[in-house]
Design a protein around this ligand. Structure first.
Ligand SMILES: Cc1cc2nc3c(=O)[nH]c(=O)nc-3n(C[C@H](O)[C@H](O)[C@H](O)COP(=O)(O)OP(=O)(O)OC[C@H]3O[C@@H](n4cnc5c(N)ncnc54)[C@H](O)[C@@H]3O)c2cc1C
Length: 469
């Protein structure tokens, strides 16, 4: 029997998860498969990258994954990584929001866009009394009739008022997606809130129904809601790569276009040569996938191009504990846009997880805001680092300079779901039906967290195997 040849383009977590599942199913179903992963860089993992330096563990991209979407944890269990998994620090309860250089705890029970507990919210100094009263009127705001998508910003402002948006929801949301909530799609990012409004007419009312309460701890005592690895997030990448044969990987091989031959096979054009495959999995963010379809399907290429990625940048800073005159008694903090800082969030990395710094030292990590990234483009890395050190030193009362700093810039890294996203995904799916043998997965379509990416890569692999007949 001749081997079924499958190419995967992109070896980020989505492409690796797809390759792993293909290999697993090929063994289960005794299908002779040849898998090739094409990666434009010299390493796998995409934005996931961990570094070790002077006893510190520095993450360039993600630092953890959530387990209320099970694909991440399930994959770790299959890879026998249980003993490597570490929870967030169980002694920490809070994250903070910056207000005039002070760190104020996020009110207990505040769930992304809305308060699910009234008392902590009413006593929080984050909002003026008028803002709290306006938020309390949410019960009486009529529900939106239209079915069309709406931005998260418009939803929060319409239901709870501008104060809650600017002081709490905007920094929490921008801390995840790094763009304004006025650009983000409610239906794609938080469909549950839309559902709550539709079914109960009010978010506060629906919080009274237990089924809508935010998750506390999932899966019992053993795991926290977010997990990482003792040796950093790259552990997952290394484990996946080790399960695949080294001959699967073509490094430094950017794929430039896809064509079809008269035998209905797919031809991948790389920098040097063209190679033919039976089926393809494209595990790339939409803007990276777009040029591949340029001549094969211009409309699809155009649509993918219309889903722009977002740049991201992080700065890891290490200090002796004694030079930080703040208790760092939480996971970190987010920064409202109106505070005019060049970063949108800060993680107290050595407090959030064990194994991140030597005893008596602290590691903190900043996420640059769009303003910070613009500053980086205009002034370069060194000036940006200095500016950020200055800003964080004022907030955390840090004396002296960091003993270590590491800056990472990710071009076109995040694919935020803008208003109208789900419509575009539907159109892409219907266009792909006319290109049987191509699956698209990755962070730009159904979800951008690591478990979402693993799920989408796994699903693509399963569809490919099903089509084998
Ligand atoms: C700073 C940052 C922090 C994050 N934090 C978290 C977090 O804490 N938890 C969480 O769950 N998620 C987090 N995310 C999101 C999550 O990490 C990503 O969505 C996910 O890792 C994306 O994986 P991917 O495989 O879809 O894409 P990528 O990681 O972008 O991988 C795509 C791969 O394709 C390659 N490639 C591109 N074009 C071509 C081509 N033409 N030919 C061949 N190869 C190509 C790239 O080099 C890359 O290796 C974070 C993301 C960023 C940027």
């Amino acid at each position: 029997m001749s081997s079924f040849k499958i190419a995967i383009i992109g070896s980020g977590i989505s492409g690796l998860a797809a390759a792993f599942r293909l290999q697993e199913m090929a063994v289960e179903k005794k299908i002779p498969l040849t898998i090739r992963l094409f990666e434009k860089k010299a390493r796998a993992g995409g934005v996931i990258q961990s570094f070790f330096s002077n006893g510190f563990l520095l993450e360039a991209g993600p630092d953890s994954f959530i387990i209320d979407k099970p694909s991440g944890l399930q994959l770790c269990q299959k890879l026998n990584l249980d003993s490597q998994l570490i929870p967030t620090n169980p002694n920490l309860k809070h994250s903070f929001i910056l207000k005039r250089n002070q760190l104020i705890p996020v009110p207990e029970g505040f769930f992304l866009l809305a308060p699910s507990k009234i008392l902590p919210f009413m006593f929080s100094p984050l909002l003026p009394l008028s803002g709290k009263l306006r938020a309390g009127m949410e019960w009486m705001i009529p529900k939106r009739i239209s079915d069309s998508d709406e931005s998260i910003g418009s939803f929060v402002e319409r239901r709870f008022g501008k104060d809650i948006l600017e002081n709490i929801a905007q920094p929490l949301i921008s801390g995840i997606y790094n763009i304004s909530p006025h650009e983000l799609s409610l239906q794609a990012c938080f469909p549950r809130f839309r559902e709550m409004e539709t079914h109960h007419g009010s978010i506060l009312r629906s919080f009274l129904k237990s089924s809508y309460l935010p998750p506390k701890r999932v899966s019992g005592a053993r795991y926290s809601l977010f997990l990482s690895f003792k040796q950093g997030m790259e552990t997952l990448v290394t484990a996946l790569v080790s399960k695949l044969s080294p001959s699967c990987f073509s490094w430094n091989t950017p794929i430039e276009s896809i064509q079809r031959n008269s035998d209905r096979q797919w031809i991948l054009k790389g920098p040097q040569k063209s190679i033919t495959f039976d089926q393809l999995i494209i595990a790339l963010p939409p803007v990276h996938a777009a040029p591949l379809f340029h001549s094969l399907h211009p409309d699809l290429s155009h649509l993918l191009q219309s889903m722009p990625s977002q740049e991201a940048a992080t700065l890891n800073l290490a200090y002796p504990r004694a030079s930080i005159h703040h208790p760092l008694d939480g996971f970190g903090f987010v920064v409202p846009e109106k505070e005019n800082k060049h970063f949108s969030g800060c993680t107290f990395a050595s407090r959030k997880f064990d194994f991140r710094s030597p005893e008596s030292f602290e590691l903190i990590r900043l996420f640059l805001s769009p303003r910070g990234i613009q500053y980086f483009h205009e002034h370069g890395e060194t000036e940006t680092i200095n500016l950020l050190i200055n800003e964080i030193s004022q907030i955390l009362h840090i004396s002296g300079t960091p003993m270590l700093s590491q800056f990472h810039y990710h071009a076109q890294a995040m694919s935020p779901f803008r208003v109208g996203h789900l419509e575009k995904v539907k159109k892409i799916q219907s266009m792909l039906k006319k290109l049987p043998g191509i699956e698209i997965c990755g962070n730009g379509f159904v979800g951008s967290g690591i478990p979402d990416c693993i799920h989408s890569g796994t699903q693509s692999a399963e569809k490919i195997i099903q089509s084998y007949g």
